[in-house]
Design a protein around this ligand. Structure first.
Ligand code: CTP
Ligand code: MG
Length: 402
């Protein structure tokens, strides 16, 4: 038997979106990593699992690949892993995940990344049933509520509670069998909420093993507290880190069509000299982004957003910093303080200091009290003294998951 896991992380998380600040639940922080990583760690702890396929939605796939590269770098799975593009419905995402499985794979565990608490113990029960020759095995737990069948808010039937069970993932299948039932579903246009249902529609046998009460699917806002509780314990293990950033931009004649209007910390500075840059030339946010990367050991912004890449032409530095922050958060980083100095002979910046401070705080998700902005000249010395350019330095402190 050669068993792979397919970890589904291509949903939209609509029911949770508002409570999660618009973030999709599979990317919420849990134990210092995005939620989907918890399932990968569980599978990696089981010698019987030979590899993992991650399924991400097309719009997130590039970012998620980068996230994965970072995660694997620090927390090696010890397993081969692949990435597939998700589809519109869950069942489409599963199908796409099955499509990339290697030839030697014979069995598959299809798992919702929204269920981070599944344990190897329970997954072993599924595997044992496969070993015993079952083609489709799912975990189930008895229901405690009485369940009613409704018709437009009116009860029409009460099934016997004894006959009911609530089912979970992973769901385990013989791969060829699962591919066949998915193909049938495609031909007949079936819409299902789990893979076992496809087997049932084909009148196949689905065997149920004991699930786990703790194997909750993070679905509604109240489920977030389950993640927070664990994160709270983890926060104790976070260690303080610091990162330093430095950047320089040359001044240009503001009339020059290539000159960018000056913007510092996301705040426009009217009447200031124009700046030569590939992006929008925000020297302060560039220094800040490098300081954040310094905290998490992810190199520098030149490496992440090469200035030879046309997609970063006139790119908003606010967006670049947002991406840097997203990656840093995925590493388990949270900033606690930033101290910034802008070095320029001109323009005078004192009247803009508070606005820059607030803007920087906003970009980092901090309060203005956690940010300090200073401006200085270099006494007419050097290139800043000759008003040929501007520089900025940034020191960021924060906590990083150990
Ligand atoms: N999923 C997927 N592809 C889809 C839909 C769902 O990979 N097109 C995944 C989700 O990422 C999740 C799992 O299937 O891990 C279970 O789905 P659900 O809990 O419904 O998640 P979402 O669809 O993301 O949430 P919602 O229904 O609230 O939008
Ligand atoms: Mg859904």
């Amino acid at each position: 038997m050669n068993i792979w896991a397919v970890v589904l992380a291509a949903g939209k998380g609509t029911r949770l979106a508002q409570a999660a600040d618009g973030q999709r639940k599979q990317y919420l922080q849990y134990r210092g990593a995005p939620l989907f990583w918890a399932s990968a760690r569980t599978f990696a702890a089981m010698p019987v699992v030979k590899g993992v396929v991650f399924v991400f939605s097309p719009e997130d796939i590039e970012n998620s690949r980068k996230m994965l590269a970072g995660l694997v770098g620090r927390d090696n799975l010890g397993l081969p892993w692949l990435v597939a593009e998700g589809g519109e419905r869950r069942q489409d995402s599963v199908r796409n995940g099955l499509d990339v499985l290697p030839r030697e794979c014979t069995h598959v565990l299809v798992h919702d990344s929204a269920r981070p608490f599944a344990t190897p113990r329970m997954i072993s029960r599924l595997v044992d049933a496969l070993v015993n020759g079952e083609q489709a095995v799912i975990p189930g737990i008895p229901v405690t509520d009485t369940i009613k069948i409704l018709n437009h808010d009116v009860v029409c039937h009460t099934p016997l509670r004894h006959d009911l069970c609530a089912v979970q993932t992973p769901q385990a299948f013989e791969l060829d069998f699962l591919r066949q039932v998915h193909e049938k579903a495609r031909q007949h246009g079936w819409d299902v909420t789990d893979d076992a249902m496809l087997v049932e529609q084909c009148e196949g046998r689905v065997y149920v093993v004991e699930g786990e009460a703790g194997n909750i699917k993070i679905t509604n806002p109240e489920d977030l507290r389950l993640l927070r509780r664990e994160n709270g314990e983890q926060a104790m293990q976070k260690l303080p880190v610091s990162g330093f950033g430095y950047d320089v931009h040359r001044y240009m004649d503001p009339q020059d069509p290539k000159a960018r209007p000056m913007i510092l910390g996301g705040f426009p500075i009217p009447g200031a000299p124009g700046v030569a840059a590939h992006s929008d030339g925000d020297v302060l946010l560039h220094a800040l982004a490098d300081a954040v990367l310094g905290c998490v050991g992810l190199g520098d912004i030149g490496g992440l957003f090469p200035d030879t890449d046309p997609q970063y032409d006139n790119a908003s530095s606010g967006m670049l910093l947002a991406e840097v922050m997203e990656r840093a958060r995925a590493e388990g980083f949270e900033p606690t303080h930033a101290d910034l100095t802008i070095i320029a002979q001109a323009p005078r910046l004192s009247q803009h200091r508070e606005c820059i401070r607030k803007s920087v705080a906003h970009h980092l998700g901090l309060t203005p009290r956690q940010v300090n902005v200073k401006a200085t000249t270099e006494e007419k010395l050097g290139f800043t003294g000759r008003k040929e350019g501007i520089k900025a330095v940034a020191l960021v402190n924060g906590l990083l998951a150990g």
